[in-house]
Design a protein around this ligand. Structure first.
Ligand code: NAD
Length: 722
């Protein structure tokens, strides 16, 4: 993160200017997308759920304060990124949504109030009428949808991005809790067709046993039961899934023909009759006090349960009421997840080690006396950076509190003062990188990160950059794992990314190495060959340019279209910036600095800070050499620019939304307008083509009338945008 970005990241949301908010929104959105991918696709999260939830809460707070910066790409508008895996895709008949969540009692009260207000508006209930909630333990697994036709299980899919999931039918057939055939139950039997939905999970004991087996076999171990369940279900070989003890609780449905039940409670009973397991920690609560008491009770039972739960879900029991409240883009309005605080434990801090990342950042890692935190053994935790060690004042030998919440990288929260041993040692952050060059460590100006100053020469960074280059969202080269890269690097086979595409010249050498056979070498070389053709956005992402993540790489690819144009423009921007190094303003950059720099600054989500970081990167001859070397060997596919179709319904129209919309969120309406080719703005002027006026609209509606701008009611908008 740049110095400026760091300053913004430390500000409270209510102190942000709109410009800062935009930058911070972009940064958070990119972070969230990255963690979503690690979590949902790789089953290998890097941060704790609590930290992830913190990022999302900040993003949501920014969007609440500056609704104009929400766009259809924001993580708040979708369930998760679309899966990019080898499984066949399944389109869900009804979307599989996520849940909104609350953490505090006030947030719970807000939810209950919102629901009551909504129902009072939508139905004829009065303030005294009871609203019953089905309250259920929130199982920490992964949600799936099971299609039954005439009572036979025909297809099973993961949630994916909510619209499209992965076809994991063969794997789900190995899960014992999932009936292959529904039992006829009661007078109605079962629906002719139904998508039964619920959670696949792994019990803690089974997870620990699986990890022991994995370790003995030298295979990757899983961070927690959820990752183990997801990793086991999303195996291409169903025999592997069959060997992993997965379980299933049913709790929802997608499409059901016919649907005979009127309440959620009734449905849960039917599920049991059809042969499903439903979670026993479920209760129909009729008052807010009962809801709270249930949450407390489940919180007490949580540590002794055989499986992980991460909260309690509240769902309005009456289905007609659920339907009246409907959905926002990624979650129903009639339900919420009340999350538990993260799990904590105490243990001894035995030492602190340093890890060097791909940009040279030094991260201190706490080496701990292994301790069980909610069923998972934890031996390492992150200390983030030198300032954090100072702030916490932890010393080697201290008893420390650590926190984990479904995470791989637990955090150190603090030390226990009463138990500080006399010989506890203050930690001195290294002044030199632990890499073989032993280069000096430099603190970033104004920032908290300390970096190895070896830059491109530092072997640790080189290895990390190569690892990043082949990783899933970049070149995605299977068979070239972290240890292989390290070994090849140490033996001189790999130095720069281009060397990967020259590995075929070392085929005999690799074959002779321990752990490699004819087949694995052939597979590796084939995987590399397959990546000689790559899309421009992946290529840009893989280069590892500071501040450029997956989402910005996509935008840059859209802007420049093909690799030659892109590189040419970057080099031209560097030249212009070198000639005009004075502080620049994005709006005036073309005039004051030059056309290429101006173009770059004005690319959506870039701005001056990122453009400057890019110029610094492309100003290094070595980086350009690496790119040119790759371009000689690869076929980088151009990207089609997204253009608004000539016949788009709202092409060239400027649309404003005002007032409360009742059938959709403002953001969803804006996204739809943009899809139809419109530009959506916030203020009404003579140039405005249309104003959509919701309930309780104020000055904008009046201004539209004054200026004679066409206005539409919500119903008219819905009709127009169909
Ligand atoms: N650590 C990370 O890097 C990282 C990254 C992405 C997501 N996450 C975690 O995942 C969460 C977001 O994931 P999400 O969109 O799946 O939301 P969620 O897990 O907060 O809630 C929705 C999910 O709850 C599950 N669920 C369990 N029991 C249920 C029940 N009884 N009724 C209904 N649903 C039930 C369903 O699978 C549903 O999809 C985050 O809040 C975070 O905790 C972590």
């Amino acid at each position: 993160m740049s110095r400026a970005a760091k300053v913004v990241a430390a500000l409270k949301v209510d102190k942000l200017t709109e410009r800062q908010a935009r930058g911070e929104h972009k940064r958070l959105a990119e972070e969230i997308v990255r963690h979503d991918k690690l979590y949902h696709e790789k089953d290998a999260p890097e941060i704790s759920d609590a930290e992830y939830d913190g990022l999302r809460q900040r993003l949501k707070a920014i969007e609440a304060r500056f609704p104009q910066i929400v766009d259809m790409f924001s993580p708040t508008q979708r369930v998760a990124p679309t899966p990019t895996t080898a499984f066949a895709k399944v389109t869900h008949r009804r979307p599989m949504l996520s849940l909104d969540n609350c953490f505090t009692d006030e947030e719970l009260q807000d939810f209950l109030d919102r629901v009551r207000r909504g129902l009072e508006r939508e139905t004829n209930i009065g303030p005294e009428d009871e609203i019953a909630f089905s309250c259920e333990a929130k199982i920490d697994g992964l949600s799936i949808s099971l299609r039954y036709e005439d009572g036979e299980f025909v297809q099973g899919a993961t949630r994916g991005d909510g619209t499209t999931g992965e076809d994991v039918t063969a794997n789900l057939r190995t899960v014992k809790d999932i009936p292959q055939t529904l039992k006829a139950h009661g007078k109605d039997g079962f629906p002719k067709s139904i998508d039964v939905r619920g959670e696949v999970y792994m019990e803690r004991k089974a997870f620990q046993a699986l990890n022991r087996r994995q370790e003995e076999a030298g295979e990757k171990t899983f961070a927690n039961p959820r990752n183990a369940a997801a990793g086991s279900l999303r195996q291409l070989d169903a025999d592997i899934t069959a060997s992993r003890p997965l379980r299933f609780f049913a709790y929802a449905w997608g499409e059901a023909e016919p649907r005979t039940w009127k309440t959620h409670t009734e449905y849960l009973k039917l599920l049991r009759g059809w042969g499903f397991e439903t979670n026993p920690l479920t209760k129909l609560c009729r008052t807010p006090d009962e809801v709270r008491a249930f949450y407390e009770k489940i919180g007490v039972e949580r540590p002794s349960l055989p499986y992980d739960i991460d909260g309690v879900v509240y769902k309005i029991d009456r289905i007609d009421w659920q339907e009246r409240l409907g959905f926002v883009s990624r979650a129903p309005r009639w339900a919420t997840a009340h999350k538990f605080p993260a799990e904590q434990a105490r243990t001894r801090l035995n030492g602190i080690n340093i890890q060097v990342g791909r940009t040279g950042a030094l991260t201190p890692v706490a080496e701990l006396e292994p301790v069980n935190v909610g069923g998972v053994m934890v031996a390492r935790a992150t200390l983030h950076n030198a300032d954090e060690i100072e702030r916490l004042d932890v010393r080697v030998g201290d008893m420390v509190t650590i926190q984990r919440a479904g995470d791989v990288i637990p955090q150190v929260l603090g030390f226990i003062a009463d138990e500080r041993p006399k010989n506890a040692r203050k930690y001195h952050f290294p002044t030199h990188c632990p890499c073989p060059l032993k280069t000096e460590v430099k603190a970033e100006e104004g920032g908290v990160v300390r970096r190895c100053s070896g830059g491109l020469e530092c072997p640790f960074q080189q290895v990390e950059r190569l690892r990043y280059f082949v990783s899933r969202n970049c070149f995605d080269i299977e068979g070239l794992g972290g240890t292989h890269i390290e070994n090849f690097f140490n033996d001189g086979l790999l130095k720069v990314p281009g060397d990967i595409f020259r590995l075929s010249g070392h085929e005999r050498d690799i074959r002779k190495r321990e752990g490699w056979g004819d087949l694995s070498v052939r597979n590796l070389l084939a995987a590399i060959e397959a990546r000689r053709t790559i899309s421009l956005d992946r290529f840009i992402n893989a280069i590892g340019i500071p501040l450029i993540g997956e989402a910005t790489a996509k935008i840059l690819a859209q802007e420049y279209g093909d690799a030659d144009t892109w590189l040419g423009e970057m080099l031209a921007a560097v030249k212009e910036r070198k000639a005009h190094p004075e502080p620049a303003k994005k709006e005036k950059a073309t005039a004051t600095v030059g056309p290429s720099y101006g173009r770059l600054c004005n690319v959506e989500q870039i701005g001056v800070t990122t453009a400057d970081a890019m110029c610094a990167f492309f100003g290094e001859g070595h980086n350009v050499e690496i790119i040119r070397d790759l371009l000689k060997q690869l076929s980088v596919q151009p990207v089609q620019r997204r253009v608004v179709a000539a016949d788009a319904k709202l092409k060239d129209k400027i649309v404003v939304f005002t007032g409360e919309l009742s059938t959709m969120t403002r953001d969803a309406a804006k996204a739809r307008a943009e899809e139809l080719g419109a530009k959506v703005t916030d203020s009404v002027s003579k140039k405005t083509s249309l104003v959509v006026v919701g309930e309780n609209a104020g000055s904008k509606a009046r201004k539209a009338a004054e200026l004679g701008v066409q206005t539409l009611t919500e119903a008219e908008w819905v009709k127009l945008s169909e």
